[in-house]
Design a binder for this molecule. Sequence first.
Ligand SMILES: [Zn+2]
Length: 582
Amino acid sequence: MDKMRMKIGEILLRKGLITSDQLEEALMEQCHSTEMINQTFIKKGLITEEEVLKVLSEHLSIPYVNLKDIKISPEAVEKVPAKFSRYYKIMPIEYKNNKLTIATYDPFCSVDDLSLFLKCDIKPLLASEKEIMAAIRNFYGLGAETVEGIIDKVQKEEKNDNIQNLTDKIENIETSSENASVIKLVNQIILEAYQKRATDIHIEPYRERMGLRYRIDGILYDANVPTEMNTFFSAIISRVKIMAKLDIVERRFPQDGRAIVRIGKEKLDLRISVLPTRHGEGIVIRILPTNMLFDLAKLGLEKDDLVSLEKLISKTHGVIFVTGPTGSGKTTTLYACLNKIKNVTNKIITLENPVEYELEGISQIQISPEIGFTFAQGLKSALRHDPDIMMVGEVRDFETAELAIRIALTGHLLFSTIHTNDSAGGVNRLVNIGIEPFLVASSVEAFIAQRLLRVICPNCKKEDDTVNKVVKDKIIEEIKVFYNNKKEFAEVTGIKADAVRFYKGQGCEECNFTGYNDRIAIYEILVLSKEIKELILEKASSDRIRVKAIQQGMRTLRISGWKKVLEGVSAVDEVMRITQME
Ligand SMILES: [Zn+2]
């Protein structure tokens, strides 16, 4: 390598294109790099690539060509596999009489190796790197071998998994101008995300590369993009925009769209959002399976909580609030509740932004605040359709809260969500919005806080003896304190304190080496009992309400989490991460 560097450097020096000082300096910098020295000079702006290639062409008697002006023969492209042309950065031009003409920007490229591998004579021509890479892209398709690699892997795993765009009206028009490999590549990204159980795909432009991340069980993971994919970033963005029927020319404004794709037997609803960022457009694709089952019994509720929730949702009037941060599974819980109580004799209307899943037998209305169709507006209009049960996506202002409560007081059951950390905080939130405490006490039936806890992968689950005694004692202590020391640990948990075991996923192929393979909800249900209502009327603090509720048997998020840990469903770290210290 050093010899070669010296050679090119000397040629350039002799031609007077660089000074000996510049050569010296570049050679010093080169010590730790595999880059060719002419590239160093080009980067430094001392000479252009064209100048270098012309000098080298003259000196080495290798013709210099403009690849754009040259006709590429299909036989030549066929002769050289994609991985070779990419690895050696050569573009085959002509193949005749067992002689292959190639374009390269490295005059010292391994002609002998190529000749050996391809079993033919090689005649090199010099051309610029940019033109060679562009030609490779044009003739071999984008990321061809990357895609081939992914397809191979997928086919080995699942033979019948073919992905197919159902919303292909626009696609057909655009296909002619689109490279088939990009379509494949984007399909493979979606397929891979789906197989890894990702809920979101993040395609992000950075200054020098593209990022691809999947959100799995609530956590973002890097998808390890092969560097070749950087070249196709804008093509990938365009392809996704075409799938979502978005304007591919518009790059300054955010855009939202939707696409339905099929994987095997399953249909996926993709919600696509494009946002212009500093280094280009970023895309987030939310993956919503369309065959979701919303079953109250499968959400993760403890038996007594399930009984209590079923009792709550069988009421004919009142408001039930679900609380928790974004991504804590509130919508799933609400859908499961509605699914449980829907029947031919009641009418259910939902107001959502956005409508996430389509529910059979329920009228779902999409709210669009940007055109003035707000939750409050929707509530007023929906009332004229004489519903028995309503669901309002979110209560965040006085008008919506006041309407919701008035509707509940006139004999309707209403579900909604509100942003607070715990269940008791819901009371304060409503009062802060401007609702009189007496209205809260008379209309609200319950505040249900929830979080999603990752479930240990059953395939690589092992006992975790690294949990130290301090932590273990603290968990036992928290449970005892929670039950006011009135009950024995074994009585409430079914496990003797000295027999407590913890578990952890070791990481395996099935869980993408994360140790977790699903999520389950934990709940904290604050039912507004007579005593709680009295506290609300007294304007008591959330803390007092909370303490009272615990006395009356409310299981906190933290205790619900520890129960899942003791049952071996989840891990200590996970509960610590999800719930706050109390
Ligand atoms: Zn595993």
